[in-house]
Ligand binder design. Structure first.
Ligand SMILES: Cc1cc2nc3c(=O)[nH]c(=O)nc-3n(C[C@H](O)[C@H](O)[C@H](O)COP(=O)(O)O)c2cc1C
Length: 180
């Protein structure tokens, strides 16, 4: 049984370390997890006056609705999630009663170029996912410190972190299986 996992990268910049970490780490996932990055940079700023959404919003909602699970890989901006990620969460949570997130198993990878590894972003995101009714992987927690150093020049996770990511994705696959 394979699972379609929508991947939300929390930041927009082209050379994102977070995206590089996801690209490298996802190679260590079991074959049962089929990842598709769902881009969030083309979404307008959420405004409840227009919450029906434009074509980009509708396409985004459809991709989340079609996914079996969601992986969030996000850096930390000012001790929380980047605005682009909050915006994406808000769009697919509305209109009220029609959230696309509910019930979908989730996992979080938080990153930072510093030592605190996006702890603030990770836990603000957990708070939102609890409200959005997404069963979220508890252990192992993926806090990626010094994110600019965990992917080598061949695009692979460095040796010291490989077992961690292998275990992380195995646990996520188990969580998804449990909720299907
Ligand atoms: C607006 C802004 C706020 C930031 N705030 C934090 C922060 O609170 N904690 C942290 O560890 N790093 C912070 N950083 C630094 C990020 O860890 C760093 O820019 C990192 O490269 C972002 O991930 P990315 O490479 O995937 O874009 C901040 C960066 C920006 C641009």
């Amino acid at each position: 049984m394979a699972y379609n996992v929508a991947v939300i990268i929390g930041c927009l910049r082209k050379d994102s370390f977070t995206r590089a970490v996801f690209n490298a780490a996802s190679k260590l996932a079991p074959a049962t997890l089929k990842f598709e990055v769902v881009e969030i940079g083309n979404l307008p700023i959420f405004n409840q006056d227009t919450e029906a959404g434009d074509a980009a919003v509708k396409a985004f909602r459809d991709k989340i609705a079609a996914a079996d699970a969601v992986l969030f890989a996000t850096p930390e901006h000012n001790r929380s999630v980047p605005a682009a990620l909050k915006n994406a969460l808000d769009w697919a949570s509305r209109p009220w009663g029609q959230s696309k997130w509910g019930g979908k198993p989730a996992a979080i990878i938080s990153t930072s170029i510093g030592n605190i590894a996006g702890f603030g972003a990770n836990h603000h995101l957990r708070q939102m996912l609890a409200f959005l009714n997404m069963p979220t992987l508890g252990q192992p927690e993926a806090y990626v410190a010094n994110a600019n150093t965990v992917v080598d020049d061949k695009g692979e996770i460095v040796a010291a972190s490989k077992d961690f990511f292998t275990g992380f994705f195995a646990a996520f696959a188990e969580l998804i299986k449990k909720h299907k």
